[in-house]
Design a protein around this ligand. Structure first.
Ligand code: AMP
Ligand code: FE
Ligand code: FE
Ligand code: ZN
Length: 286
């Protein structure tokens, strides 16, 4: 079983449509893929239809999810949520709040970039983002188009879009303890995404992770491209101490990142244990 529990479509900052993501997951030989767009479930319907339309013999399972933008102690972090009820009002309202503020913040980031001499426009960013939940990677793509930087990751430096960078503007982000509770109350399973991704800025303390565990966190995403071996070993030890499961996933973003689908995967027993905790929605099979 090859299980990849973290992938983005163009419903947020990935480049594949949800249907293309499903096709890419089949092509990559995955058995399970989770669709985890930032702060939105808007890709679920298309991905579900694509899985149901797969030819007999394809055995891909889709795990509907999302990746929530959170913030605590001056640090931004991401919480993966799987198999929650997308109609549960409290959690739906919080996602809506974050998505709405992404537009205000996106315009402000573009304004900062222009003041700093980058010839990009909000119309350009809107075109790149399409219907997707707008984020810094779309603005990074605009900076690449304008010839300001060579690649999307080159835009994530102190000069431009990195946390605390010259053109970084904060958006509304949920307190992670509150987010864990919202996900559980909607029947979902919360997993801390790339908790040790130091290249994105400061990371939260082990004490903060213990607080999330106490609030209902299910697992830490340990095997991730942004974690070195030492970080993984530390997180595995912490998870064992706190009674948390550990997952692995690609955090695929299509052509906006170099990582491939299935580059990191989750153990089948861990996947089954996560499924057993979900009451808000069921995985989708063909
Ligand atoms: P936003 O949600 O708009 O604040 O943007 C955060 C997103 O930017 C993350 O989900 C990643 O897709 C991307 N990102 C953050 N840091 C980096 C980085 N150092 N290199 C490339 N992409 C990054
Ligand atoms: Fe992203
Ligand atoms: Fe993330
Ligand atoms: Zn992600």
């Amino acid at each position: 079983m090859r299980i990849d529990l973290h992938a983005h479509s163009n419903a947020s900052d990935g480049t594949d449509s949800p249907a293309e993501l499903v096709a890419a997951a089949v092509a990559a030989g995955l058995d399970v893929v989770a669709l985890t767009d930032h702060d939105t479930v808007s890709g679920h319907a298309e991905a579900t239809a694509a899985v149901r339309a797969l030819p007999a013999g394809s055995r891909l399972t889709l795990v509907p999810g999302a990746e929530l933008s959170c913030h605590t102690d001056g640090i931004s972090l991401h919480l993966l949520a799987y198999l929650f009820d997308p109609a549960e009002p409290a959690f739906a309202q919080e996602r809506e709040l974050v998505r709405t503020d992404r537009f205000r913040r996106g315009r402000a980031v573009v304004e900062r970039c222009r003041e700093l001499g980058a010839p990009i426009t909000w119309e350009q960013v809107e075109r790149i983002a399409g219907a997707g939940s707008v984020g810094r990677p779309h603005i990074a793509s605009a900076l690449v188009e304008a010839g300001v930087v060579a690649t999307v990751s080159d835009a994530f430096t102190a000069d431009w879009l990195a946390n605390g960078g010259r053109a970084d503007v904060r958006k509304h982000e949920t307190d992670p303890v509150e987010a864990v509770r919202l996900v559980r109350a909607a029947g979902g399973v919360p997993v801390f995404a790339h908790p040790g991704a130091v290249k994105r800025g400061r990371t939260v303390s082990d004490g903060t992770i213990a607080g999330l565990a106490a609030a209902g966190l299910a697992a830490l995403e340990v095997d991730h491209m942004d974690h070195d071996e030492e970080t993984r070993a530390h997180l595995r030890g912490l998870a064992a101490d706190l009674g948390l499961l550990t997952t692995g996933s690609s955090d695929y973003h299509g052509s906006r990142k170099t990582v491939r689908l299935g580059e990191h995967t989750t153990d089948p027993e861990v996947y089954e244990a996560l499924l057993a905790q979900a009451t808000g929605a069921a995985p989708v099979t063909g």
